[in-house]
Design a protein around this ligand. Structure first.
Ligand SMILES: NC(=O)c1ccc[n+]([C@@H]2O[C@H](COP(=O)([O-])OP(=O)(O)OC[C@H]3O[C@@H](n4cnc5c(N)ncnc54)[C@H](O)[C@@H]3O)[C@@H](O)[C@H]2O)c1
Length: 354
């Protein structure tokens, strides 16, 4: 198949990365845009030369020319829109997190199975960063041996974006589902996607959104309202896998921390690696420990390149050239982990998966 037509549903902040990456892909034409906010849909349609724009996604899905859609809406709409798109015969790239609950994740998985070979790719964009891809090639060739431990941390001292992000009904949760999803997935993917055995987690609602803080700016969603916040401000967890490996994670929107930080590491029996903030590979040779820094353009996540790689890969899948490296089953497994952390925290005990 030559030349595919795409529709983009949700024309907010992150959609810009989708629009730009589709624009740069010669196989693609951007055919339609949809957003509840008509002005936003119209502005993007004009900017990217789309033929049509809508405020109701069902109308976009009814356009027969469209082969594939990107879903860039609030998390509470991902399941509903992804299922409707698959039923309408479209290929789907859905932003992370796949959805809000494990039940929804299974419903999407079922729709993919019944879709007659349509691709659903989950937007785990960090998998497509150069640093992750380079490290994956070292892991695949055995340089780190068996990975038995990983550690992921993504801390904001002050950074609850407010708006829908802070509304549990629309987001499904706070920093765990928004930031944790990325760093947990990076580790899990590099660990070889082991099956999760149990999760023990804690979430805290101690500091609120701290909208009283002065003289320090932070990113705010378009519809920021300081009086609204129903999500956790930090979460931590230990995740056990069936192969004996474990993953420790902590994430926050706000915490009495000295500064913002991201640190993601994996450890194997032959070597280890730091992926963020800067790729570095730690090995042993001639009785000496080596810290090796690859000579690559970006040692930390390169945002535009990551999205371009993600979209190019999705387009190849839609054209039947390859199968997605980020399929619905991975979205389901990550959803189990995220929901497990919330459930464990609520019950005050470990959650086991059989
Ligand atoms: N991969 C990443 O690094 C990354 C970064 C940011 C956000 N995201 C994800 O992208 C999604 C959107 O986030 P954002 O930051 O762009 O939010 P945003 O608020 O800037 O944009 C979301 C848009 O979706 C529209 N919308 C919501 N429900 C809709 C519906 N039913 N039909 C049509 N339009 C609808 C809203 O009107 C809004 O314009 C979220 O799932 C978020 O988790 C991913």
């Amino acid at each position: 198949m030559m030349g595919i037509k795409v529709g983009i549903i949700g024309a907010g902040s992150i959609s810009e990365m989708h629009f730009e990456s589709y624009k740069n892909n010669e196989e693609v034409s951007i055919y339609s845009v949809c957003d509840l906010n008509e002005e936003r849909a119209k502005a993007k349609a004009e900017k990217y030369g789309a033929e049509k724009y809508f405020t109701n996604y069902h109308e976009l899905l009814a356009v027969p020319e469209i082969d594939a859609v990107s879903i860039c809406t609030w998390n509470n709409t991902h399941a509903e829109i992804a299922i409707a798109a698959l039923n309408a015969g479209k290929h789907v790239l859905v932003e992370k997190p796949l959805c809000k609950t494990v039940e929804e994740a299974h419903a999407i998985e079922k729709a993919v199975q019944e879709s007659d070979g349509k691709t659903l790719q989950v937007g785990f964009v960090r998998r497509f960063g150069t640093n992750t891809q380079v490290l994956k090639s070292f892991i695949d060739s055995g340089d780190l041996g068996e990975i038995y431990y990983a550690k992921a941390s993504c801390i904001r001292a002050l950074g609850n974006p407010g708006g829908w992000f802070a509304d549990k009904e629309r987001s499904g949760g706070g920093p765990l589902i928004d930031l944790g999803v990325h760093v947990i997935d990076m580790c899990w993917y590099l660990m070889g996607k082991p099956k999760v055995k149990s999760v023990s987690g804690n979430t805290y609602n101690k500091l609120g959104n701290r909208s009283h803080i002065e003289n320090k700016s932070f990113y705010k969603a378009a519809d920021y309202d300081p009086s609204q916040n129903s999500v956790e401000d930090m979460a931590n967890a230990i995740i056990r896998f069936e192969n004996g490996a474990s993953l420790m994670v902590d994430v926050s929107f706000t915490l009495h921390a000295k500064e913002e930080s991201i640190a993601v590491n994996v450890f194997g029996d032959k070597g280890g690696a730091e992926i963020e903030p800067k790729l570095e590979i730690i090995t042993e040779k001639n009785n000496t420990i080596l810290n090796s820094t690859p000579q690559i353009d970006a040692l930390s996540f390169d945002f535009s390149k990551g999205f371009q790689n993600e979209i190019n890969h999705f387009v190849s899948c839609v054209q039947g050239e390859t199968e997605t490296i980020s399929p619905v089953q991975d979205g389901v497994e990550i959803m189990k982990i995220l929901a497990g952390v919330y459930e464990s925290s609520e019950k005050g005990e470990e959650i086991r998966f059989d």
